[in-house]
Each structure stands twice: as structure tokens, then as C-alpha cells.
Design a binder for this molecule. Structure first.
Ligand code: SF4
Length: 317
């Protein structure tokens, strides 16, 4: 078997920052400590923190008054922040700066009198947070077909924004449709789909043609991981999104769905830890023999600093 290991893959700067935030918060404050939603969308990461005494909540009312609360990498709406203030929670904001950028763009466009068309997926934490910034001035658009149903016309002041973890190609199609229907529409000065999403998709698009099948390590609720699987499938490749390679074994026989001479492309979503990737490679090579080759499609050197509230504590130690 040949294993092609895509690079870049796995943790992005926003996920690294959010995880470091929670690790430092545990170190400084101990537990119990609370996180609003999953710190990042990955089962391994969430279970590890749960094992250390972190409680993940879906409602601020579940957090005892005066506790420490982290906001996850996906960001929150102003309503959530207000609720946390009312409960006297000490909050640490681990929102990825690239998500915050979209929130600020939504506020700016709304202030300038635009109605915003947010391209994204209903129910995703990031979309809920962004829409919550300007709930009366924003409409979610999930597909090119949605564009045709919009109740606006060519005189309306319209702007579009995108979720950070969309398929670059699908987002381009929707934006093209928006521009056809509403030539007056304006967009952000710079693309909202983040560098990590773009680079991981580019690596899969370039490398999948050389592979017989594609494994994406990541959780089912990870938006950017799902997009990697979909891109590989759209190129005609069998593609699997799994938290661990063990999920690919046939429950009866224990066999993997591969042939010994297959070339397998292995990648990971932005919230999937590297040890899960290495475990996948080791398991397949133990099973089939063969070799791995790491292929770098793009170099990444992005780092985000910890939020102000944690840097202040760190400098005082
Ligand atoms: S995927 Fe992009 S937007 Fe999301 S946390 Fe990572 S860098 Fe930030």
C-alpha cells in the first residue's frame, strides 16, 4: 500500500489557539471550568478535556453563577455574552480571530444600511453566532437555489458574507448566482473562507487524482472536514470521514475496505489531532505493508496569540 499524507492537514491556528486557551485556563483556575459548546468540533479533543474536568454546555443557564466560562473557537452571539454577564461569569474568549472578522464585517455592513446574505450552513455554531450579531438584518443562504427564492430586488442595498469553512468551489457558485441576480451586491474586501479551509481543500483537490481512496480524519460535525470528504467524492473517489481509522473496519470480519496495492490519501480536518493521523497511517501500514509519502502542497506559518485576558494572567505569573 502507498499512503499519501496531505500537507497541510489537521490543526489550524484558530484550533491551536482555542486548545491552548483551555489548557492554560485549566492550569490557572483549575476545574470546574465551563465551555460554551464544543471547544472545537472534534470528539477526541472534547473527550480529553472532559476527562480533565471540563464541562461543555449548550445553555449559559447551566453554568453556576460566578464560574469560569470559555467561548469556543466558533464564536458566540452578543445575546450569549449578555447572558453570561448577567450570571457574573468570568469569560475567556477563544473565538478564532478569523471568525471575529466575519462578525465585525456583519456589524459594519448592517450599520451602513445593508441587508446581509450570509452563505453558510444552518445550525452551525459559527453561523448562529454571526447571525446573532445583526438578527434583523441578515438572511442565511445555503445554496444557489436559495438565491432564486430571496425576496429582494435590484434596488435593495445588499451585502454577502460567508462562513469560514465552506467549500471554496460551492461558495464561488453561490456568489456568482448572487451577483447575477443582484449586480449591486457588495462583499467583504477579502475572502471570508479561511486560509486553513482553503489550503486543506487545495491539497485534497491536487492529491486525490493519484489516490484510489481518501480518508479524512475528523468528526461528523466538523464543517471543514465534511467539505474535504465531499470534494474527494465529487472527484469520483471513495472518501471516508472518520474520527479514527478503526471505524473503517468491517464489523464482522475486521477488514478494511482497501486492496493491498491501493494508494490511500490521508488528510485531517482543522480540528483533528495529529496523533489520530499517525495512528491511521501506522495501522494501515501494519495491516498492508508499504510506504508513506508526505506531500506538501502549501506552506503554512500562521499563529494567533492568546486572548488578552489570558495574556494578562500569564504575565502576572
Ligand atoms: S478553520 Fe479557519 S476559521 Fe476555523 S478556527 Fe481554523 S483558522 Fe479559524
Amino acid at each position: 500500500m502507498k499512503i499519501l499524507l496531505a500537507n497541510p492537514r489537521g490543526f489550524c491556528a484558530g484550533v491551536n489557539m482555542a486548545i491552548e486557551c483551555l489548557e492554560q485556563a485549566i492550569r490557572y483556575f483549575g476545574t470546574p471550568i465551563y465551555v460554551y459548546h464544543e471547544i472545537v468540533h472534534n470528539r477526541h479533543v472534547v473527550e480529553r478535556f472532559r476527562g480533565q474536568g471540563v464541562t461543555f454546555v449548550n445553555d449559559i443557564d447551566e453554568v453556576p453563577e460566578g464560574s469560569i466560562l470559555l467561548y469556543s473557537a466558533h464564536g458566540v452571539s452578543p445575546e450569549v455574552r449578555a447572558k453570561a454577564r448577567r450570571r457574573n461569569l468570568k469569560t475567556i474568549d477563544a473565538t478564532c480571530p478569523l471568525v471575529t472578522k466575519v462578525h465585525l464585517e456583519a456589524v459594519r455592513f448592517a450599520r451602513e444600511g445593508y441587508h446581509i446574505l450570509l452563505i453558510g450552513h444552518e445550525g452551525h455554531d459559527e453561523v448562529i453566532g454571526t447571525m446573532g450579531e445583526v438578527p434583523d438584518r441578515i438572511t442565511l443562504v445555503e445554496s444557489a437555489e436559495d438565491v432564486d427564492r430571496l425576496p429582494f430586488d435590484r434596488d435593495d442595498r445588499l451585502a454577502y458574507l460567508t462562513q469560514t469553512t465552506l467549500s471554496v468551489q460551492e461558495a464561488e457558485q453561490i456568489i456568482r448566482r448572487l451577483r447575477e441576480r443582484f449586480p449591486q451586491i457588495v462583499g467583504p474586501p477579502k475572502e471570508d473562507i479561511c486560509y486553513a479551509t482553503t489550503n486543506r481543500q487545495e491539497a485534497v483537490s491536487q492529491l486525490a487524482p493519484q489516490a484510489d481512496a481518501v480518508i479524512v480524519l475528523g468528526s461528523q460535525n466538523s464543517s471543514n472536514s465534511r467539505r474535504l470528504m465531499e470534494i474527494a467524492r465529487s472527484m469520483g473517489k471513495p472518501a471516508y470521514l472518520v474520527d479514527s481509522v478503526e471505524e473503517l473496519r468491517d464489523p464482522q470480519t475486521g477488514a478494511f475496505p482497501f486492496r493491498p496495492d491501493d494508494t490511500i490519501l490521508v488528510t485531517a480536518g482543522a480540528s483533528a489531532p495529529e496523533d489520530v493521523v499517525q495512528d491511521c497511517v501506522r495501522t494501515l501500514l501494519d495491516c498492508y505493508g508499504g510506504e508513506k509519502e508526505e506531500v506538501t502542497v502549501r506552506d503554512e506559518q500562521v499563529h494567533f496569540q492568546l486572548p488578552y485576558e489570558l495574556r494578562v494572567i500569564a504575565s502576572a505569573q
